[in-house]
Write a protein that binds this ligand. Structure first.
Ligand SMILES: NC(=O)c1ccc[n+]([C@@H]2O[C@H](COP(=O)([O-])OP(=O)(O)OC[C@H]3O[C@@H](n4cnc5c(N)ncnc54)[C@H](OP(=O)(O)O)[C@@H]3O)[C@@H](O)[C@H]2O)c1
Length: 353
């Protein structure tokens, strides 16, 4: 087996505040295209890499979280779709496609194969959708990188939706938000999304089927904006951002409303996040507010796969990806998540096959 050059993206050192492109750098290593005998490992060619907000939390030297920090100088670890080139594992063979934890490099030697999922190629579903629409890692606990299943588990299990209810989704055009809104529409809800540009607002209303959408960056008063779209109040808030939007949503919730706390991307950029002021609304309006990790709902995976795959194939849902070309584009693509540069699920194409 040949030894070839292996482009890699590494984290230079731990960071404070919003991530910058220069916090990462490209390195060229070498790799033998072989899974060593007795290792049980796979040697894979990485095809698509996922950029996810949770990865920011791994760029700080904090060991008390649900996941370990990255190791500076080493390739960044992340979710990806790859093709097996060599296998020392009886469960995988060369030519198989897999999704799961790999590294930001052209080729990876993966030892922890128990966290991988074999993908059955399907001509009607792009391989990269296994990072977004169908994104899931069945054997990973406590991981925040599977948008499709996150949307499904959060909406149905945490929000307990009823037909006709009023649903608000923040970061609505992103990897998770776009599916939450479409599931809510299929469920017969009235759905409003917030996003950070007029292009995204247009997408929400004209391609993703939201009833209404607004650009939160153009609103001077978020409370007033939500009152405009929800004069009767919000039954369900699917929160992807936290911060000021969560504070405003609390003021606009209906009695017995539900808030699914999916993530707080607005806080990732601050070393000293601001507090929430309107939590008293939980009491006066008897709101149920619950954080969740998609990994707690694995028993719902078969229903998710059937529902979302069928809906996609029947044209009832669409999925928007933002794909950059080349491993070297990964740092900028990742950093863009924190200023809203991505339109849809952010994916990096390393190679097409
Ligand atoms: N609980 C779980 O199991 C789980 C699993 C996966 C993801 N998540 C969480 O779900 C959320 C969405 O993730 P995603 O993968 O779908 O990301 P995404 O929405 O595709 O990308 C992030 C988006 O967040 C918005 N944003 C960035 N900075 C912001 C700020 N300061 N204030 C408000 N919005 C900001 C931007 O959109 P705009 O242009 O609209 O501002 C950006 O495009 C994240 O909080 C993530 O951590 C949770």
């Amino acid at each position: 087996m040949a030894t070839v050059k292996n482009g890699q993206v590494v984290l230079k050192g731990y960071i404070e505040g919003a991530p910058k492109k220069d916090d990462m750098e490209m390195k060229i290593g070498t790799v033998e295209l072989k899974a060593p005998k007795g290792s049980g490992a796979l040697l894979v060619k990485n095809l698509y890499l996922s950029c996810d907000p949770y990865m920011r939390a791994r760029m700080r030297n904090f060991h008390g979280s649900y996941i370990q920090p990255f190791v500076p100088g080493q390739p960044i670890e992340g979710f990806g779709v790859a093709k097996v080139l060599d296998s020392d594992n009886p469960n995988f063979k060369p030519g198989d496609f897999i999704s799961g934890f790999t590294c930001w490099e052209e080729y990876s030697l993966i030892h922890n194969t128990s966290q991988l999922r074999k993908i059955q190629p399907d001509d009607s579903i792009p391989l990269s959708y296994h990072l977004g629409l169908l994104g899931i890692a069945p054997f990973l606990r406590n991981l925040l990188c599977m948008p499709g299943f996150t949307a499904y588990a959060g909406f149905y299990e945490i929000c307990s939706p009823k037909k006709g209810e009023c649903v608000f989704v923040s970061a609505a055009s992103g990897a998770v938000g776009q599916l939450v809104g479409q599931l809510a529409k299929l469920h017969g809800c009235y759905v409003v999304g917030s996003a950070g540009s007029s292009q995204k607002v247009d997408l929400l209303k004209n391609k993703l089927g939201f009833d209404e959408a607004f650009n939160y960056k153009e609103e001077t008063d978020l409370d007033a904006a939500l009152k405009r779209y929800f004069p009767q109040g919000i039954d369900i808030y699917f929160d992807n951002v936290g911060g000021a939007m969560l504070d405003a949503a609390l003021l606009n919730m209906q009695v017995h409303g539900r808030i699914a706390v999916c993530g707080m991307v607005s806080l990732h950029s601050y070393s000293d996040p601001k507090g929430i002021h309107n939590l008293f609304c939980l009491v006066t309006k008897r709101i149920k507010m619950q954080g969740f990790l998609q990994s707690d709902y694995m028993h719902k995976f078969p229903q998710f796969l059937e529902h979302v795959t069928d809906s996609y194939k029947q044209g009832k849902i669409v999925y928007i990806e933002d794909m950059t070309e080349g491993l070297e584009t990964a740092p900028a693509a990742f950093v863009g998540l924190f200023s809203g540069k991505n339109i849809g699920k952010q994916v990096v194409c390393v190679a097409r096959e």
